[in-house]
Design a protein around this ligand. Sequence first.
Ligand SMILES: [Zn+2]
Length: 173
Amino acid sequence: MAVLDLKYYGNPILRKVAKPVENIDGEIVKFAEDLIRTMQVNNGIGLAANQVGRDIRIYAVDPSVIDMSEEPFVLINPQIITTEGEQSGEEGCLSFPGLFETVARPERVIVEALGVNEKPVRIERDGLMARVLLHEYDHLEGKLFIDYFGLLKKQLVNKRLQKLKAGDLEVFR
Ligand SMILES: [Zn+2]
């Protein structure tokens, strides 16, 4: 397993709409393993393919932060089937090192996808895991958590975002 390079805010791939995976071949299976490994090494609870430079519809999540008996997994070509309710909580993103802000999201989500074994999976989660599933789905649509910031919050972080864009990875630490 390899650890892949993270792509940070300012990299145009983070704004691209990712393409569906057409064939879950050996290369994709290996990529899925690398994505999970890269998420774990960086202490993330979710990581989307475009965050490591691939514009394909795959993301990894790690539910073991909530339930130790669960293992990290990837979702391929995920679809949001339904969302319900509302929650508000602190959110971060590996493409924005050190930036944490409160973001409102639905409380509950149902996602359907394919697993690496090509079998369909249906996942129903609430709370933090719903937040992660939705945050990562947004990445595949080229959407970032800063897009949910209100005008004031945007103004507060804008100068530092510009520095991050210019390559200063310490600006929010
Ligand atoms: Zn993210």
